[in-house]
Design a protein around this ligand. Structure first.
Ligand code: 2PG
Ligand code: MG
Length: 414
């Protein structure tokens, strides 16, 4: 009885880009859960729809009424049924009637309310008492593409992973040190650099992709040596944004270069080998399973090749990727699929098939820290959540608190 839902409230709040999103409160007899939904800029075409036409305002009062009447009296522990009801209420395949952001915020708030009803943090409620592994933070250092302005590099995210860190505190401060060092290194390449940042808090320099790759590697090495831990460079290429379907080419505007799929395979392989990349996300367009599979066959033994727009946290699409050996990692963004139970199912399938799940933020975020709990509770060895900035540190600082709470905490293994 502790977790029977007594009230549900939905409100419009700001996200980090200044756009509206939803925050949901779920109140049970003995607990309370609050969750907010983030928003993407480089969204996959097979993601569920965030909000219906008319945006947040269009669903606010209506959704609250409908969801309220469906969920009051239900047990918050019955998350699977609640997620099914939300899908029924919406009635569309891609959640375009009330929006995947609405359903995911309700779903996560319900889970947090269930956990709170038993006085448990969400990570422990989801993962159980034996959970003790913490994810490595994949920190965002420089931004380009859809997360930055004109004249930025074409590659969307220059990331780093402090793979040698012994704990979360060491890891997050290693990332912030690399971020600081990169500012100095950018100034040596771009004398007009203003210190401008992109959507996820990474610097936005006016330099070529090659120059950015070079200083990224240099910053990893220098800071890694100073701290005495290995820090490896990584990328999110967000290649669907570069792909020109009519031309059949990836367009690198900053460099004035176009690459067909064969060139792209060689280009990415070369980057991985030259810079000893730990992780490369979306190296090909979201429809190119074959390109992914070719690259994974070539370099999958030394680098994580991750599908984001490729898989959109969707279990059926991941199943196709597994069959084709398209990737050895998958980005997990609950709002791509619209519910926590479907997110869980995708993570489960990934783990069963040795595909590394990487729980992730979106470029438009709130201070909601639920993904820190999901990464720990679902056993994701990496979390992609930026390196600095209020909405990014909300997750990182929550990981520090979780680490402190766990009796036998240690960093995850791959
Ligand atoms: O492409 C990505 O991985 C994300 C987050 O970094 O960006 P967006 O939320 O814009 O899809
Ligand atoms: Mg991505």
């Amino acid at each position: 009885m502790d977790s029977i839902i007594e009230d549900v409230q939905i409100r419009k709040i700001l996200d980090s880009r200044g756009n509206p999103t939803v925050e949901v409160d779920v109140i049970t007899w003995n607990g309370f859960g609050r969750a907010a939904a983030p928003s993407g800029a480089s969204t996959g075409s097979r993601e569920v729809v965030s909000f219906p036409e008319g945006g947040v305002d269009a669903i606010l009062s209506e959704a609250e009424d409908i969801i309220y009447s469906e969920l009051i009296g239900m047990d918050a522990e019955d998350i699977v049924t609640i997620d099914e009801i939300l899908r029924e209420v919406d009635g569309t395949e891609n959640l375009s009637a009330i929006g995947g952001n609405t359903t995911v915020a309700v779903s996560m708030a319900v889970a947090k309310a269930a956990a709170s009803s038993y006085n448990l943090p969400l990570y422990k409620y989801l993962g159980g008492n034996f959970v003790n592994e913490l994810p490595f933070p994949l920190g965002n250092m420089m931004n380009g593409g859809a997360h930055a302005g004109i004249n930025a590099p074409d590659i969307q995210e220059f990331l780093v992973v402090p793979v040698g860190a012994n704990n979360v505190v060491e890891a997050v401060f290693a990332n912030s040190s690399v971020h600081k060092r990169l500012k100095e290194l950018i100034q040596t390449k771009d004398s007009n650099f203003t210190g401008g940042k992109g959507d996820e808090g990474g610097w936005v320099p006016n330099i070529t992709n090659d120059a950015a790759l070079e200083i990224q590697a240099q910053a990893c090495e220098e800071v890694g040596d100073e701290l005495g831990i290995e820090i490896r460079p990584s990328l999110d290429m967000a290649s669907s944004e570069l792909w020109d379907a009519d031309e059949g080419k990836y367009v690198y505007a900053q460099d004035g270069i176009k690459r067909d799929t064969g060139d792209q395979i060689e280009f990415v392989k070369d980057i991985i080998e030259t810079y000893n990349m730990f992780y490369v996300e979306d190296p090909f367009d979201e429809s190119d399973f074959d390109g992914f599979a070719q690259l994974t066959a070539k370099v999958g033994d030394k680098c994580l090749i991750c599908g984001d727009d490729l898989f959109v946290t969707n279990k059926e699409i991941l199943a196709k990727g597994i069959e084709m050996n398209a990737a050895n990692a998958i980005i997990i963004k609950p709002n791509q699929i619209g519910s926590l139970s479907e997110t869980y199912a995708t993570v489960k399938l990934a783990k069963e098939n040795n595909v590394v799940p990487v729980v992730s933020h979106r470029s438009g975020e709130t201070t909601d820290a639920t993904i820190a709990h999901l990464a720990v509770g679902l056993g994701s060895p990496m979390i992609k959540t930026g390196a600095i900035g209020g909405e990014r540190i909300a997750k990182l600082n929550e990981l520090i608190r979780i680490e402190e709470e766990l009796p036998n905490a240690h960093m995850a293994s791959f």
